[in-house]
Design a protein around this ligand. Sequence first.
Ligand code: MRU
Length: 344
Amino acid sequence: MSDFGRTPDVHGDAQLRGVRLTSDTPELEPHRIVRLEDDAVVVLDQRRLPEDEVDLRCRSAAEVAEAIRTLAVRGAPAIGVAAAYGMALAAERGDDLDVAFEALASSRPTAVNLRWALETMRDEPTRARAERIHADQVDRCRAMGGHAVELFPADARVLTHCNAGGLATGGYGTALGAIRAAWEAGRVEHVWVDETRPLLQGARLTAWELEQLGIPHAVIADAAAASFMARGEVDLVVTGADRIAANGDTANKVGTYGLAVAARHHGLPLVVVAPTSTLDPRAAAGDDIPIEEREPAEVTGRFGARNPAFDVTPGALVAAIVTERGIHRAPYTETLPRGTAAVR
Ligand code: MRU
């Protein structure tokens, strides 16, 4: 039986500032998505959703790294949060923290939040610090949602890709958080959910979250997105990001670039919603962002295949980037916040 929405009995709840831990709404609670218990980092296993709501217990940093690598927990901010809890667990177990750091940092290469969270944990690898990172990510999502609302026209028909909801951030969501805030402001009519090949984060996870939130939606094949735009059935495209270079070039789930090209052709805005912890000041442009290449078997086990998990959308195709600091527009080298914001 599902225990969705229950308040887990965990340590450190009091440190989740600004995060509701009990719910009278169907919202995914932050500690339901990822939490640190006495002897394990526990994640809601996203590989099993939406059919099964089951926890995966990771009893070491190596097991957390494996959960990240295999997408039991996924999405840029969420893997940073899981890694932070993994470091706290390693410290409490008396494990070698350099080994734990490297195992976690190397689990996935593209999302800069992962390394950001690990660097943030370096000086104080405690559960209190990890809880602060978690709470901070959720706070940032809520702030981004508030800023993004004005970018939604009345009765917006929104198209989104992959999953950038609470599952991907440890609570509330980036792109889906913005959609949710706009829905609550009465500005959203409908959400088109790209199914997101090959692992169906849209069809499995985003659709599930929208269903929980009661927001009208329909899943479409990725290849159908351009024709929905051509028929005038899309008003804007909203996505998250895994890493944003200083010039606004944005790495996100593969297929985002194609959506951006199609959106530009049809005169539609593509809005990226991501916290400043997703900005990489060391990447001048998209070419500096490492793109994860995953197992070809995720695409097909029968034939030869290539499986880049992300692509880079040039900043020139991004109408606006929304961070917790506000709405940023081109030229991004001048308007994006400099440096990566520390946990508050
Ligand atoms: O491979 P995934 O599922 O981790 O990819 C996730 C994405 O591309 C998301 O859009 C991105 O991390 C933003 S999540 C807030």
